[in-house]
Ligand binder design. Structure first.
Ligand SMILES: [Zn+2]
Length: 59
């Protein structure tokens, strides 16, 4: 399975796409990091892949 993740540009914390998708917008979970991460920040092809295969990403 192709794991889709997003890396926070400020602190490098890696967030799974399914976490981003469920909230659409989330505050970075990194310690002391206030960066807001958006599902839309993912590259378009990653978003498409995720949405087409979202059943596989439910944990
Ligand atoms: Zn961060």
């Amino acid at each position: 399975m192709h794991i889709i993740t997003h890396t926070c540009p400020s602190c490098g914390t890696v967030v799974a796409a399914n976490e981003l998708e469920s909230d659409r917008v989330m505050k970075c979970p990194g310690l002391g990091c206030d960066t807001v991460l958006r599902f839309e920040d993912l590259p378009a092809e990653d978003r498409e892949h995720f949405l087409e295969n979202r059943d596989q990403y439910q944990i």
